[in-house]
Design a protein around this ligand. Structure first.
Ligand code: FAD
Length: 458
């Protein structure tokens, strides 16, 4: 579909794509979901209207067209948190340990994402990506990444020198770089809404403004059959909005709240979710042709983040970043966004205190970069020296759900959880779906659906 890079001669083409993208998202802004249940009983309810929940809902209803499904989302729309506030990159799968689930799901997920976007005419751009080494000590890590990418089955990777870098990105400098031509960009929030649209088309129901506060055993005689056996799980929302449902099984995909929601049904509160905010800078509009595609640093293997990068967006803008700082609330998108009980709760967790102690220097540096823009710009000038402080303004931010164990170790694998008793076994919690969860979403959905099949008697 969109394979061209963004050069000036293509401005009108770009403008047409931007209009198509905004028309598509406008159509979804108009879409209103119901808040009050119009039906009380469902076979399967999915909690969380992010990209993981919606991809799972879509996959399950396709596999089980005779069952009834509902998705419950606490916000007024889908994809309000991580799924609608991210870099918008379609990752190719270079970084992850060969053979790991993350690597497999990303490589498969990327292919499925492109197929899905083609099928549903969702705009994307295959603008490619450079991972650039600027210091000699980064070269062995870059070589290592190249081997990983090849082992993971990422197609058409090429190592390029300074000349090759300039051919792809005329304003970028570096000693050596990996070029990944199939890396792309898309509006993941829009993709989530398409998943929702397909889910509804197949008979599923989405309820928004439905904050799930309790999962409990259905009382006898209250639902479905006289003994409550048919729909044994009761889901409680806001009683003032008459939000009460009964169902056979529940799958929770609650992102930043996945630990809290798991604890509702008696599961452990660990691994805990620690919110890390990523803050972006915005390249001024008249400078947005400074880069053609994604430019990334060689990541530091000690940290789970990929480092600040240049990322073109579907609307023609360019985002720079993100850094990674501890957020003062789970959905805390700015420094003044503080929730004292949540912050106290986070700080009283031994795992977070250990993490903070181990990465104190890194954390302070990231916070400094967030507050003092020149420090962030200096970092970015290593790749694009022509970038000036006057070329950027503060941009949006996103908050990542980072799972953490009580020893302060970052959990980077998938974590599923279920209660031990009969009631608990009817609820499957997706407690950690690590990044790049958006790229991998369709592959993750297949994996969760297989798990649902083996766990529940459908
Ligand atoms: C800054 C940043 C940059 C990223 N960049 C990329 C990228 O470029 N490419 C990529 O592939 N991935 C990227 N990711 C990762 C990706 O965005 C996430 O992995 C993915 O969006 C996770 O989706 P989710 O559905 O698990 O979570 P979410 O999108 O957070 O969805 C969870 C949903 O559950 C709802 N919920 C929670 N509790 C309740 C409750 N009690 N009742 C009802 N609803 C509830 C929330 O409101 C939310 O909508 C990035 C993430 C961040 C933060």
């Amino acid at each position: 579909m969109f394979v061209a890079r963004v050069h000036n001669p293509f401005v009108s083409l770009l403008a047409r794509r931007a209009i198509r993208a905004s028309v598509a998202s406008w159509q979804y802004k108009k879409h209103l979901y119901s808040t009050k249940p119009h039906k009380r009983e469902y076979d399967i309810v999915i909690v969380g209207g992010g990209i993981v929940g919606m991809a799972t809902a879509q996959e399950l209803i396709t596999r089980h067209p005779n069952l009834s499904f509902a998705v419950l989302e606490k916000e007024k729309d889908l994809a309000v948190h991580q799924s609608g506030r991210n870099s918008g990159v379609i990752h190719a799968g270079i970084y992850y340990t060969p053979g790991s689930l993350r690597a497999k799901l990303c490589v498969k997920g990327m292919q499925k994402a492109y197929e899905y976007c083609d099928k549903h005419q969702i705009p994307y751009k295959k603008c490619g990506k450079l991972i650039v080494a600027v210091e000699p000590e980064e070269l062995p890590r870059l070589e290592n990444l190249m081997s990983r990418g090849i082992e993971n089955g990422v197609k058409d990777l090429k190592m390029v020198g300074p000349e090759g870098i300039r051919e792809i990105e005329p304003n970028c400098v570096g000693l050596k770089a990996i070029h990944s031509p199939h890396t792309g960009i898309v509006d993941w929030g829009l993709v989530t809404k398409y998943y929702g649209k397909q889910f509804e088309k197949q008979g599923g129901t989405v309820y928004t403004d439905f904050l799930v506060t309790e999962l409990r055993q259905t009382l006898e005689g209250k639902a479905g059959s006289m003994d409550g056996l048919k729909y044994p799980v009761t889901i409680v929302g806001n009683p003032e909005k008459d939000q009460l449902l009964h169902c056979r099984y529940v799958i929770t995909c609650a992102g930043l709240h996945s630990d809290k929601v798991a604890a509702f049904s008696g599961c452990s509160s660990e691994p805990r979710i620690v919110p890390f905010r990523g803050e972006y800078l915005l390249l001024n509009q008249e400078k947005s042709n400074m880069v053609n595609g994604n430019i990334y640093p060689v990541p530091d293997p000690r940290f789970p983040f990929l480092g600040v990068h240049f990322t073109p967006r579907m609307d023609g803008s360019v985002w720079l970043g993100p850094n990674a700082v501890l957020a003062f609330r789970r959905e805390g998108y700015g420094y003044t966004d503080i929730n004292i009980p949540e912050l106290f709760d986070a700080l009283s967790f031994r795992g977070l205190r250990k993490l903070a102690w181990n990465y104190l220097g890194y954390g302070v540096k990231e916070m400094y970069k967030g507050i003092y823009i020149p420090a962030q710009v200096k970092q970015l000038q290593r790749f694009v020296p022509m970038l000036q402080l006057s070329d950027v303004t503060r941009g949006p931010s996103g908050v990542r759900a980072q799972a953490l164990d009580c020893e302060g170790k970052l959990v980077d694998d998938f974590v599923f959880d279920q209660g031990k008793d009969e009631f608990g076994k009817k609820i499957l919690h997706v407690r950690n779906a690590p990044s790049p969860g958006a790229t991998s979403s369709l592959a993750i959905a297949e994996m969760i659906s297989d798990k649902v099949h083996e766990t529940f008697a459908l």
